[in-house]
Design a protein around this ligand. Structure first.
Ligand code: ZN
Length: 236
């Protein structure tokens, strides 16, 4: 479940970014999470705002250092003939060819027509989407089956959501971000399992995580990979 309820947000900023505060009854300590373009404080449900504010001030220098490091990081290299295209653990090679209008894969090469950087990115995304959908759908269906929840799964589609890798609705509609096709297969499999397990538990309770751990005992490793490497998946 990735539902996000809008809440009135305090007006704190760090490094020019608004600070999102997430309160949770299950949490007992304050923590600060910094990601490119996002600063989030996780707080116990009843923490007074004054306490959050002083916590934020104590951590401000640390957070701003991280945000500056993110900003200094080089962006993805622009696509060109010969660019590596990671695909679920394989590394394919981009080939620009005037022989085709539609992108296609042949062996370890993906062929797309030449064009300006935007056109190349669009064509590559088109290829990723058509190649990824059957693979990601098969992963979700396999996990839904293994969890005994196949009959609860209604659809699997790709998304381009800005802030989430996957989602699952109560009706059984699962969405996975197409950029997962550029991650190692285990990472895509983890997100597929993460959402398939929501067919049984639409929450992140210990019962939910027990389903995930039963089918993928090492899942925390892939979850950490995604947090750490998300920025490397963007297309040039
Ligand atoms: Zn979830």
């Amino acid at each position: 479940m990735t539902l996000k309820r809008p809440r009135p947000q305090p007006r704190w900023t760090v490094g020019g970014l608004p600070v999102t505060v997430r309160r949770s009854a299950r949490r007992h300590t304050l923590s600060l999470h910094v990601a490119p373009g996002a600063v989030t404080v996780h707080a116990p449900a009843r923490t007074p705002e004054s306490l959050i504010e002083s916590f934020l001030e104590a951590k401000r220098a640390w957070a701003e250092r991280h945000l500056a490091a993110y900003a200094a990081r080089p962006g993805p290299a622009p696509l060109a003939d010969g660019s590596p295209l990671p695909f679920l653990g394989e590394t394919l090679t981009l080939r620009l060819t005037t022989q085709t209008r539609a992108p296609f894969r042949s062996g370890d090469e993906v062929h797309i027509p030449p064009g300006d950087p935007d056109a190349l990115r669009r064509a590559a995304e088109r290829w990723y989407r058509q190649a990824a959908l059957p693979e990601l759908r098969a992963l979700v269906e396999g996990y839904a089956q293994a969890l005994g929840a196949r009959d609860r799964l209604r659809s699997v589609r790709l998304s381009a959501a800005r802030t989430r890798w996957g989602s699952c609705t109560a009706a059984g509609d699962i969405r996975l971000h197409w950029l997962l096709a550029r991650a190692p297969r285990e990472v895509a499999a983890y997100v597929a399992l993460h959402e398939a397990a929501h067919l049984l538990e639409l929450n992140h309770s210990p019962r939910y995580w027990a389903h995930v751990a039963r089918l993928m005992p090492g899942h925390t490793r892939w979850r950490a990979w995604l947090k750490e490497h998300a920025h490397t998946l963007a297309l040039g």
